[in-house]
Design a protein around this ligand. Structure first.
Ligand code: FES
Length: 497
């Protein structure tokens, strides 16, 4: 039987992104069958993949971990029991394969003997043809037993199957891996797949899903009760179980903002850190039992006490739904901003309501992604970029950060770190020298010239998806500029921050 690999598995085995594989398929450089690729085609498309060592094998995962920081991707080995189950499954497969090989060898011997008997009964040309055929069969059988015949990808795939379980979601077709001691839900969120869930803690039942095939293991107690009938049908809580083997589950995936419920959560201030002299990072942490479910690029309303509130884009990734980041600008006279900069303390309660907004990633788009952030527009763009990295599907990601002044580009190291860590990422920044909240006249001409310069450096931008975020006056100029270039509205997305 042909060995078919899902795109996620193939990407991990070769050490490239899923986006890179998708590009090869789109360009006709590698055939695919229903979202899978053949091992032979994969090896033909990547003949130089360094399969003999583990450096490339772990490369993509490592650069993503560096890009995200350890907090999100703290990895550990799977539990001993899970490892034992996976090794047992592989051992059973190995024993079955060995039995089959022995039986095939016996069959081969009998075939050779039978051919010898027939050869003895043949005459002249037929006898010589039979002799040639027997010699050919012998050579082919010997060649197949040579160590060099071993498929290096199959070896690597076996290692991968011990270290990480592969999960396929039906009917959407999404797939992802579960590393370390993650639950199935955690694995999905890290991979940027918004499965349905609520508390993440075994209380609400919203993550209930049906296991269609494969073995799972309960790793956390849950209070939510699944009826015996549903248990017998294979229903489990994804937040309380992990996968022992590769599994298929039936579970709904949020496809639009309408699929995410509006939530009200009381979070606590984990930290307030200066990002520049007029920007602060507000890090909120939700209770374990009540996290904010949102899509990258959306915003939330923060309420401080009874009278202070602000709508702010969520600057962190939905893959870490407990730790919510917001970028707060110092605006003297603005009561919310003044309170954050002058009075807000660690552990103070902040009520979070949301999510809202439709500035989200078009995940199914095969086009390269262009992000242009103006000043604090970096906050929703950061969330989108981290989500795009989780999905691992983007062919290329380009980030341009245009600031009113040097201080307005308040996290330049993050853009540089992404560019250093990821082959398909580029970053550059520009400073206008004027306030991007008031762009008109000469300033507009100047901003358009800056955008022209970006286009000159990246003529392929016309074929990409463009995400713009920042103050209204700058975003409007940019939106009109790109629409004026002929980009359709369906490929230019804007968020006013
Ligand atoms: S998310 Fe609430 S029970 Fe799993």
């Amino acid at each position: 039987m042909e060995h078919l690999l899902s795109l996620s598995r193939a990407a991990r085995l070769i050490g490239v992104t899923r986006g890179a594989l998708q590009k090869k398929i789109q360009n006709g450089e590698m055939p695919s069958f229903d979202g899978t690729v053949k091992v032979e085609d994969l090896l033909a498309a990547y003949p130089d993949a360094q399969l003999e060592n583990n450096i490339e094998f772990d490369r993509v995962r490592h650069i993503k971990e560096r890009a995200f920081g350890k907090r999100v991707f703290e990895r550990a080995l799977p539990e001993a029991e899970v490892l034992a189950a996976r090794v047992t499954e592989l051992s059973t497969e190995l024993a079955n394969s060995q039995t089959q090989v022995r039986q095939f060898n016996v069959l081969l011997d009998r075939l050779r003997n039978r051919l010898g008997e027939i050869e003895g009964q043949c005459k002249d040309e037929m006898k010589s043809a039979m002799a040639d055929f027997r010699a050919w069969l012998k050579d082919e059988a010997s060649a197949a037993m040579e160590p060099g015949y071993l498929n290096p990808l199959a070896v690597r795939d076996s290692i991968l199957r011990v270290m990480a379980a592969h999960v396929r979601v039906l009917p959407s077709g999404h797939d992802f891996f579960i590393d370390g001691q993650d639950s199935i839900l955690e694995g999905a969120l890290r991979a940027g797949i918004p499965l349905n869930y609520g508390c993440s803690n075994g209380n609400c039942g919203l993550c209930k899903a049906k296991v269609v095939s494969g073995q799972i293991k309960k790793i956390r107690h849950h209070d939510y009760v699944i009826s015996e009938t549903q248990q017998s049908q294979g229903y489990v809580l994804l937040c309380s179980n992990t996968a022992m083997t590769d599994v298929e589950i039936e579970a709904p995936v949020a496809g639009s903002v309408q699929d995410i419920p509006f939530q009200q959560i009381s979070a606590k201030v984990k930290a307030i850190e200066p990002l520049s002299h007029n920007m602060a990072l507000l890090h909120l942490q939700t209770p374990r039992t009540s996290r904010l479910r949102f899509l990258a690029g959306q915003y939330a309303t923060l309420q401080l006490g009874k009278s202070l509130s602000a709508d702010l884009p969520i600057a962190s990734c939905p893959c870490d739904d407990r730790n919510l980041h917001f970028h707060v600008r110092r605006l003297p006279g603005n009561l919310f901003s003044d309170y954050v900069f002058n009075q807000l303390k660690r552990n103070e309660v902040v009520d979070v309501e949301g999510p809202q907004g439709e500035f989200i990633l078009q995940e199914k788009s095969p086009r390269p992604l262009y992000f242009i952030a103006f000043d604090t527009g970096f906050a929703p763009i950061k969330s989108l970029i981290e989500h795009a990295m989780s999905l691992d599907a983007a062919e290329a990601i380009h980030l341009y950060w245009i600031g009113s002044d040097v201080d307005s580009i308040y996290m330049p190291n993050m853009g540089r770190a992404w560019a250093d860590a990821l082959d398909n990422f580029s970053f550059s920044s520009r400073v206008t020298g004027y306030d991007l909240r008031a762009v008109s006249g000469k300033r507009e001409t100047n901003l358009r010239a800056m955008l022209e310069e970006i286009i000159e450096g990246r003529p392929d931008l016309r074929a990409g998806d463009v995400y713009l975020a920042g103050p209204e006056s700058a975003v409007m100029v940019a939106e009109n500029f790109f629409l004026g270039l002929g980009l359709p509205k369906s490929r230019v997305f804007s968020s006013l921050v």
